[in-house]
Design a protein. Structure first.
Length: 75
């Protein structure tokens, strides 16, 4: 298990409530009131968190490693 942590944020104005993030990483994301939210802001680094950010149709998820935005990744 990695000691690296990331910060996950969801822009509620961009979130379409598709639930893709919650389906991809249910331990990190929850769908609530037609919008997603992170279960906690700081998370252990995991590839599927980046996958959820990449797949978000509204591009509402950002993943931060310190001050750098690492997700979504460029297509």
């Amino acid at each position: 298990m990695s000691d690296v942590t990331w910060t996950v944020r969801i822009d509620a104005g961009l979130c379409l409530g598709s639930g893709i993030c919650a389906g991809t990483a249910p331990e990190v994301f929850a769908l609530e009131d037609d919008h997603a939210r992170p279960r906690t802001e700081r998370v252990a680094a995991q590839e599927r968190i980046l996958e959820a950010a990449d797949m978000c149709p509204g591009q509402a998820i950002t993943v931060h490693d310190g001050t750098s935005v690492i997700g979504p990744r460029p297509a």
